[in-house]
Each structure stands twice: as structure tokens, then as C-alpha cells.
Design a protein around this ligand. Structure first.
Ligand code: WT7
Length: 635
């Protein structure tokens, strides 16, 4: 019997036990019964966390778009696959049926082919949340091209770094994008980025805002005329299970972002299976995840997971505050959304507006609420539960990462009891472990430690593009034979997990994963800056905000400090994007360092968080005297 849809708590335990006692038998059954394969596997799993090398369903062949689109055509051809809700509520909603999606993906795939894109080529997608984004992702997958979506809020420098890192031949973009009342000149950003990207041969441009843009002859072309000419059927490329599906960049503790590589079969099986269970998805539900497809949440739970289940997935172009803070609830009401998946930072921003705007709309269609991206604080959890869910829709606090491909720790709604701020229990097949600083596993309950995963799961990233050593060093070297997540967690008296936050140099701001190193690199480019250090401090909407300690080359006297602050934030905006801007910048005479020269961020973090009372022993510092100065001038 299939365990594809878990409906109660007892069943969760039964299926979980089965999945960890005999993972291969378990995943084979799921894969066999619920997907379309062109050839079956020889071996379900082979793995070695030392190398590290992980292979799922080796020997099998498939195409993920056949699973996400073609196989639904007989039964769901006229069902809405993608429900596109534009930025401007006056503009009509677009319902793209599975049949139309098939045609549009095929046409797009044929355009890519006509421009010389072949299996294995990398295509960079820098598009706003318009249908072309989802369609181009699927078009790449259909012909075996590897998509690398770059969130369209990243700067030209961030874009060019990502294009060059994976040697993308082509960039897909639009003339511009809408963001609330503003428009953004995306094509201008692409033009600037491409000055540093000699490998890019072509740029295809979708028309969205009808702006005047520059088209470089021989390189740039409008997309629509090419689509109009394209043939509306495109045979799938038959892929091996471990063929690359996509690259998605995430921040790391050095300046270079990490291009996480996800492969085909395991990713498909796991995202589809988690989608079905974590959202208790049923036919005719209208599912909405508010993330951007530029992040892993959008890849797995706007595009692949929902479509593999034949679901209707909402794609929203706009922002929660436009035309007013009732927009999310307006959309839920208008489309009778059944599952709503968003980030704590959005919940906090909306909660700040009070409950009147929520009450204006009929939210009775909602069955399940989700949260992702950062720990959800108790207050936000209750607000969400009471005002949005009316205490009848369970909240799934889903913990996972770009690297994990799919949801790892989460309640299963109507099965697992929820507990505010707890992601609760591991999903089927996931074997978490808490480790102490000496590398030993901490058993039992009411303990905390560093969160690791002991056993492979189908959707884990297989490598960092072009840098397998870094993959090994980052995830498989801290603890022997374990995948290390970078997060800390605690396990309560009944075994529920609560994620306590990052234990490395990554800071989560508004649900965005930011590495300290690339931001410090950007600051240090300022000609007056000698050194800098970034830490996070609590912020009521963003969760964390960034606090920068900056030492200037000269004494800084006679300088307009506010001007330097502006210039620093401009540099960060240029190099990374506005999401990485600093809320506070303190000029210091020095930074506290260990004798080996490492900046003591722990101290800086405490000072920035107004928790400077117990800094612990600072006498071992190279320069303890700077600490008092920093404390005296804290912002
Ligand atoms: C980091 C991964 C997974 C999609 C979005 C973020 C934090 C994520 C939760 C949660 C507490 C969470 C972790 C994780 N995080 N979800 N439910 N509770 N923390 O993907 O950008 O790769 O970031 O986000 O710190 O390691 P990402």
C-alpha cells in the first residue's frame, strides 16, 4: 500500500519508522507508484558522506516536466496549473491551464533550442514573478538545460558573479518589473552585469512594463516574437536521475556565493511528496506560496512540488503592502486560497497593521497555514493563528534550506500537534541529530546542540557547482558522517525540535540568508574604510537587522559620518542588493580580536543587541581596550 498521503498522527509514526528502518524500500515504493519513469532504476541509493557522494534511483531515466505537466493532460488538461495574480489588482488574473502550460513551456523550450541551448548548458534566469519565470524554468528542464535563477532584487555585481560562476551562455530577463507603486529597470541591471560576462551569447527579453530599453544588436532579442513563431510541441529530453536540474546560489561564510546543485529524480520525488503531506494537498485546492521563485522555496513549492501533484499554484507578482496591507487577504478571498505559505517577516509586518484589514476579507477557505525562512517568534505565531487561521488552520512551521531542496522538519497538519516556535518533528525519511562541540551526538530529550542530518534524503544538494571541496568542507567536515546544517536546535521533553538560529557567519534578515563576508567585502571597498564587521541584532519586523562596525583608515575626524554611512550602504546595494543594507553603522577605533587575529563577533553581537552586561572574559583579547570604546558609542 502506498504511504503517499499521511492522514493522522499514528500513521505518521508508522510511516516514519518504516522510512528510517528501510529507506530504500520506502522511497522505491513512493517513486514507483507516483511518478512517470522512462526507465526504472538499478539501485535506489548509494551514498558516502566522506567523499561526499549521493546518488538516488541510479540507472533510471525521466524528465521532470513530463511529470509536472504532460502526465496531467488527460485528467487535468483544463485545470488551472498557474494562477497568476499581477502586481496591480486592477489588472486581470491569468489562469494558465495545464494544457496551456504545456504549450507555453514547449514553445519556450523550442526558442531556447533555436538559440543553441543544449542539454547541460546553463541558462541564467533573472526575471520578476511573471508567468515567464515559471515557464522558462520548466522549459530549461524540458530540454535538460540547467537553470540558475537569480532573484531579481540582486544587484548587477551579484548577478554577474553568479553568471560567471556557472558559465551561463544565456540570460532570460524582462524590460523591467513592477514592485508595488515602483518600477525597476531590470534590463539596465542586466546590461551593467553583462559588461563583466564575456561568456553570455544571448539575452532574451520579456516585455512587462513597456519601458524604453537598450537592445544590444547581435545579443539581445525580444522574447515574444520568438515564442509566436515557435512550434507548440517539444519532445522531452530524457534525463538520467543524477543529471543536474538546477543551480541556486546561497550565501556562505566567504565572499563567493555557493552554487548549490540539485539533480533530477530525487529532487522531484521529495518535493512532490513533501508538498502533498506538509500542505495536506487535495485535488481542487488552491495553494499559494508567497515566496519568489528566485529562492529555493519558490523552486520547490511554487513550481516543482505543486505541479508534480497536478495542483493549482498561485504566483503573485506584487508585494504585501500594495495597494494596501490587505493585499494578501484580498487574494486569499478572491481565489479561495486553501493553503497559504509565507515568511515570519511578512507576518510581523502585517501584524503591525492590526487586525482590521484581515477582518475585511473572507478567509474561510483557508485550511493550512505555513511559515518558512527563519524562526517564527511566539507573538507572530499567535497573531497568524488567531487572525488569519481563526484558530482552526494548523500552522506548519517548516524548517529547511536551499541545500536540503525540500522541507525537513515540520508538523504534518491535522496529525502533529503544533507548538508555537517549534518546527516539531522530522519529516518522513529525515534523521536529525543534535551534536555537541566535541563531535558527539547528544541523545535523549530536553537537550540542545548543533543540528545535523545522519542519513541522505532524496532532494539534498549533490555538490557546489565547480567546487566539490567547498561542499565537503562546509557540510561534511564539521561532524563525521553527518550533514551539518549550520543551525542550532533544541529538542524538548517530547522530542519536538525548535530551531534556535544560525551558529555560523550567516545572518537571516527578513528571511534572506546573508553571509557576513560578502557584505564586509563590499564595505571594505570604500576608500576610507580600514576594516569592518557585521553582526545581526533583533528587529521587530525583519527578525534580524544588520549592525556594522566600521574602522576608518584615518581618525575619521573632519569626515561627514552620515555621508560615509550613505556611501557604504550604496556600495552594499551595488555589490549585493538593497536587502543587505545596514540599519546601523558605528564607527570604531578598532575591532576586538583574538590573539590569532580573528574578530570576536560574539562580543560585537552582544553589544549591538544591547546585551553588553555579560561579555564574558575579554582579557584574552589582543586589544581589550576597544571594547569599552565600542560600548560607549553604541547606537
Ligand atoms: C536557513 C536556510 C528553506 C527556504 C527558505 C530559506 C533558516 C529556514 C526556518 C524555520 C527557523 C529557519 C535556517 C536555515 N530557516 N526555515 N522554519 N525556522 N529557521 O532558505 O535561504 O537556504 O536559508 O533559514 O537558519 O538554515 P535558505
Amino acid at each position: 500500500m502506498s504511504n503517499y498521503h499521511i492522514k493522522h498522527f499514528e500513521e505518521y509514526f508508522q510511516v516514519y519508522r518504516k522510512s528510517v528502518r528501510n529507506p530504500e524500500v520506502f522511497w522505491e515504493e513512493i517513486a514507483e507508484e507516483h511518478f512517470l519513469w522512462r526507465k526504472k532504476w538499478d539501485n535506489v541509493l548509494s551514498w558516502d558522506f566522506k567523499k561526499p557522494e549521493i546518488k538516488w534511483f541510479e540507472g533510471a531515466q525521466l524528465n521532470i516536466t513530463e511529470n509536472c505537466i504532460d502526465r496531467h493532460l488527460h485528467t487535468r488538461g483544463d485545470k488551472t496549473a498557474i494562477l497568476f495574480e499581477p502586481n496591480n489588482p486592477e489588472e486581470p488574473t491569468e489562469h494558465i491551464t495545464y494544457r496551456q502550460l504545456h504549450e507555453r513551456v514547449c514553445k519556450f523550450a523550442n526558442v531556447l533550442k533555436s538559440k543553441g541551448i543544449k542539454k547541460g548548458d546553463r541558462v541564467c534566469i533573472y526575471l520578476p514573478m511573471i508567468p515567464e519565470l515559471a515557464i522558462s524554468v520548466l522549459a530549461c528542464a524540458r530540454i535538460g538545460a540547467v537553470h540558475s535563477v537569480v532573484f531579481a532584487g540582486f544587484s548587477a555585481t551579484a548577478l554577474s558573479t553568479r553568471i560567471n560562476d556557472c558559465d551561463a551562455k544565456m540570460v532570460l530577463t524582462s524590460d523591467g518589473s513592477y514592485r508595488g507603486a515602483k518600477t525597476i529597470d531590470l534590463k539596465g541591471i542586466v546590461d551593467e552585469a553583462l559588461e563583466d560576462c564575456p561568456g553570455v551569447e544571448s539575452v532574451l527579453v520579456a516585455k512587462r512594463i513597456n519601458s524604453e530599453i537598450n537592445m544590444k544588436a547581435g545579443r539581445d532579442e525580444w522574447l515574444q516574437p520568438l515564442l509566436d513563431e515557435a512550434y507548440s510541441d517539444c519532445v522531452i529530453e530524457i534525463m538520467d536521475t543524477e543529471d543536474p536540474l538546477f543551480i541556486l546560489y546561497t550565501s556562505g561564510s566567504t565572499g563567493m556565493p555557493k552554487g548549490m546543485l540539485h539533480t533530477t529524480a530525487g529532487y522531484m520525488v521529495y518535493t512532490a511528496y513533501t508538498f502533498k503531506n506538509v500542505f495536506q494537498y487535495r485535488e481542487n485546492d488552491v495553494y499559494w506560496c508567497t515566496a519568489d521563485i528566485g529562492w529555493i522555496t519558490g523552486h520547490s513549492y511554487i513550481v516543482y512540488g505543486p505541479l508534480a501533484n497536478g495542483a493549482t499554484t498561485v504566483m503573485f507578482e506584487g508585494v504585501p503592502s500594495y495597494p494596501d496591507f490587505g493585499r494578501f487577504w484580498d487574494i486569499v478571498d478572491k481565489h479561495k486560497v486553501t493553503q497559504f505559505y509565507t515568511a515570519p517577516t511578512a507576518i510581523r509586518a502585517l501584524a503591525k497593521q492590526g487586525s482590521e484589514l484581515v477582518e475585511k476579507y473572507d478567509l474561510s477557505s483557508l485550511k493550512v497555514l505555513g511559515s518558512v525562512g527563519e524562526p517564527i517568534n511566539e507573538e507572530a505565531w499567535h497573531w497568524y493563528n488567531e487572525n488569519v487561521g481563526k484558530k482552526k488552520s494548523p500552522i506548519v512551521d517548516t524548517w529547511w534550506q536551499t541545500e536540503t531542496g525540500g522541507i525537513m522538519i515540520t508538523p504534518i497538519p491535522f496529525s502533529t500537534p503544533t507548538k508555537p516556535t517549534y518546527a516539531t518533528l522530522p519529516f518522513i525519511g529525515i534523521q536529525p541529530a543534535l551534536m555537541d562541540e566535541n563531535g558527539k551526538e547528544i541523545k535523549g530529550n530536553q537537550v540542545d546542540g548543533r543540528l545535523c542530518i545522519k542519513f541522505p534524503w532524496p532532494s539534498m544538494a549533490r555538490t557546489i557547482w565547480g567546487n566539490h571541496q567547498r561542499y565537503k568542507d562546509t557540510y561534511f567536515s564539521a561532524f563525521e558522517d553527518m550533514y551539518f546544517t549550520g543551525d542550532g536546535a533544541l529538542r524538548d521533553e517530547v522530542g519536538f525540535y525548535r530551531i534556535t538560529g544560525r551558529v555560523d557567519d550567516v545572518i537571516i534578515v527578513s528571511g534572506h540568508n546573508l553571509g557576513t563576508a560578502p557584505i564586509e567585502d563590499a564595505i571594505n571597498e570604500h576608500q576610507a574604510v580600514a576594516e569592518s564587521a557585521i553582526v545581526g541584532f533583533p528587529h521587530d519586523v525583519k527578525g534580524n537587522a544588520l549592525y556594522g562596525y566600521v574602522t576608518l583608515k584615518d581618525t575619521g575626524e573632519g569626515r561627514d559620518h552620515d555621508n560615509v554611512r550613505k556611501e557604504i550602504n550604496q556600495l552594499i546595494t551595488d555589490r549585493i542588493g538593497p536587502i543587505a543594507k545596514l540599519d546601523k553603522i558605528q564607527f570604531t577605533t578598532g575591532l576586538p580580536k583574538t590573539r590569532s587575529g580573528k574578530i570576536m563577533r560574539r562580543i560585537l553581537r552582544k553589544i549591538a543587541s544591547n546585551d553588553a552586561e555579560n561579555l564574558g572574559d575579554i582579557s584574552t583579547l589582543l586589544n581589550p581596550e576597544v571594547v569599552q570604546d565600542i560600548k560607549d558609542n553604541v547606537l
